[in-house]
Write a protein that binds this ligand. Structure first.
Ligand SMILES: Nc1ncnc2c1ncn2[C@@H]1O[C@H](COP(=O)(O)OP(=O)(O)OP(=O)(O)O)[C@@H](O)[C@H]1O
Ligand SMILES: O=P(O)(O)OC[C@H]1O[C@H](OP(=O)(O)OP(=O)(O)O)[C@H](O)[C@@H]1O
Ligand SMILES: [Mg+2]
Length: 282
């Protein structure tokens, strides 16, 4: 059985479970369940802290897991672990922040104290950038550390920026790391069932990104219409009862749907219909 680690709580927990449900796997009903066996799909799920998932996968105890890129890099197991798939969700940026007006650039952090929950990531960045600052490792609520006098600045995960703002702070300097949820595995480890699992997850990603577009167009305009909707391999063009017209079916990016519909309509296409894709294998 494939042994898969999923976040048991926190920002990545629900989004990871939802994705596995959409990929056809059984998921726990109670957030206190720590292990779940999906007999039909031959997968055993272990619900763990996302920070620990990299350790279990890196040591080869579990086959693959979902965690944040920032978390597995901070666990310092990146020699043993590789990203198998980026999931495009749970996005965040690891950034410096300090009280408004205090700093404008990371180089001003020389000799200062920086609080963070991601000390390995921060130390790597400071070393690489030749900044000599002291690192204060905290477990969470890092935004309060400056006000409480334990640090001069912080390095923390920023998503909307609301927490930073509410604490009277602003971000400054480079983005230290752009993170998102990723499927990680042990380097070179390809257990039975992994290929099917990644194909299924990839199917969910594509189904979320694309819609199916159907329309009718006059035959002499079919080539021009197909150029607007090239699909993945090639659009399906079918005969209609009225031989002057044909029907076209193609997948298009969700974000471009309305622009493409407008262009098709201007070209003369009619009966332009959009439908959702629930699942797919590309
Ligand atoms: N708004 C957010 N807040 C925190 N982490 C986020 C956010 N958006 C995405 N993430 C990502 O989620 C992961 C953090 O997971 P974690 O379980 O620590 O979440 P959490 O919400 O901080 O949970 P907890 O505070 O209960 O420990 C990181 O990979 C981080 O980049
Ligand atoms: O940019 P935002 O959308 O405001 O989100 C980022 C905030 O969310 C996380 O905190 P969390 O709630 O996980 O608390 P913690 O710091 O105690 O982990 C993170 O540490 C930031 O504080
Ligand atoms: Mg947190």
């Amino acid at each position: 059985m494939l042994r898969v680690a999923l976040p048991n709580k926190g920002a990545l927990s629900d989004i990871a479970s939802t994705m596995f449900k959409e990929a056809g796997y059984l998921q726990r009903r109670d957030s206190r369940e720590l292990v779940l066996v999906d007999e039909d799909n031959q997968v055993e799920f272990f619900y763990l802290r996302p920070r620990d998932i990299a350790v279990y996968v890196g040591r080869g105890i579990l086959d693959v897991g979902i965690t944040g890129r920032d978390l597995y890099l901070d666990a310092d197991v990146d020699d043993d672990v590789e990203e198998q798939l980026s999931l495009g969700i749970g996005k965040s940026a690891f950034r410096f922040a300090a009280p408004v007006g205090a700093f404008t650039d990371a180089s001003q952090l020389n000799g200062k104290r920086i609080a963070t929950s991601y000390d390995v990531l921060l130390r790597h960045y400071l070393e690489k950038s030749g900044i000599d600052a002291s690192v204060v490792r905290l477990d969470g609520a890092v935004e309060s550390s400056v006000r409480l006098g334990v640090a001069d600045a912080i390095a923390d995960v920023v998503e909307t920026g609301n927490t930073i703002k509410a604490a009277g702070m602003e971000i400054f300097g480079d983005v230290l790391l752009a993170s998102e949820a990723v499927l990680i595995g042990r380097v070179g480890h390809k257990p039975a069932g992994l290929e099917v699992l990644t194909r299924r997850l990839n199917g969910v990603l594509v189904a979320r990104q694309y819609v199916m577009l159907d329309y009718d167009v006059r035959r002499e305009l079919a080539d021009q219409a197909c150029a607007l909707t090239p699909g993945l391999e090639s659009p399906t063009v079918s005969d209609l009862a009225n031989s002057d017209w044909c029907a076209v079916r193609a997948m298009v990016k969700k974000s471009q749907t309305n622009n493409i519909m407008d262009e098709l309509y201007d070209l003369g296409a009619r009966a332009i219909l959009v439908s959702q894709i629930h699942a797919c294998r590309i």
